[in-house]
Design a protein around this ligand. Structure first.
Ligand SMILES: [Zn+2]
Length: 279
């Protein structure tokens, strides 16, 4: 069998939501970093228009309500739009089911408003999905989640009912009809490119370092494993800077030099996986 690698370029278009929501800040310099996400998003849509590459965008409702024009542009350029909270909320045991449902449904409505359809994909803005949240996703017809990576380059099914034990082996629960597409920090731009002055250890990484890591992950998949899905997660406010955009273009060139590589939306990957390996 020949090589079959699907590359999914995905974007968490957090914009201001990640600063206003989980960070709870009103500080103009931090809000401004979120604002830059709009600039980054414009650059990215231009790039993918020119290269004819379909991509997947997880967009909080807050971003859609704040920047409807660029979000419409993303959707009308044919990119997939997935769920990423209203204001970047993680599911929480301190919120009741009614409040969680409000966040989910309000965000779905925002996505329907700009794209004309409900989201098939879900990426958790941090935290642990939990049984209640996963059941709500199933109830709302989500096809896949991309918030964890039990396999680095392979889709799997979400499980419910795991029992985490320390006095014996882990007890695995039963799979449910929600595909997991890998999300892993190694293939995410945030840990490399998001600098927080008072955040301690972190320092900015060179785009060349990040190119080396991302290209080597791809190389291993292509050479050793030969089939799989390669999901890259980026944030317009991080990747949208000039030096990083040039790195991303170089990386796309590198992918395209290989045989058996296609670019796809994540929902198409989930559909193919489900058709080949139904639950
Ligand atoms: Zn996010």
């Amino acid at each position: 069998m020949g090589k079959e690698i699907t590359v999914c370029l995905s974007f968490d278009f957090d914009a201001i939501s990640v600063w206003a929501g989980p960070r709870g800040t009103k500080a103009a310099p931090l809000i401004a970093r979120g604002e830059f996400g709009e600039v980054g998003a414009e650059r990215l849509v231009d790039l993918f228009d020119a290269r004819h590459i379909p991509t997947t965008w997880f967009i909080p409702g807050h971003t859609i309500d704040t920047y409807p024009e660029i979000c419409r542009r993303v959707a009308s350029a044919g990119h997939e739009i997935g769920y990423h909270g209203y204001c970047h909320e993680a599911p929480s045991s301190t919120r009741d089911e009614y409040d969680e449902r409000q966040i989910l449904e309000r965000s779905i409505e925002c996505i329907e408003r700009i794209s004309g359809r409900p989201p098939a994909g879900h990426r958790l803005p941090g935290g642990n999905p939990g049984t209640r949240w996963v059941n709500m996703l199933l109830e709302h017809g989500f096809s896949y989640d991309s918030s964890m990576a039990p396999r680095d380059f392979e889709p799997t099914y979400m499980r419910l009912g795991d029992v985490v034990r320390t006095d014996g082996p882990h007890e695995f629960g039963a799979p449910v009809d929600l595909v997991i597409l890998p999300f892993d920090w190694i293939l995410d731009d945030w840990p490399y490119f998001n600098y927080e002055p008072h955040g301690g250890r972190q320092r900015l990484r060179s785009p060349n370092d990040v190119y080396d890591i991302w290209a080597a992950e791809f190389h291993y998949l292509h050479e050793k494993l030969e089939t799989g899905v390669y999901v890259l997660t980026m944030h317009p406010q991080c990747i949208g800077k000039g030096s990083r955009m040039l790195m991303l273009e170089r990386l796309i060139d590198y992918f395209e030099q290989h045989t058996g590589v296609t670019f796809s939306t994540m929902s198409a990957v989930a559909d193919t996986f489900r058709a080949r390996k139904p639950l």
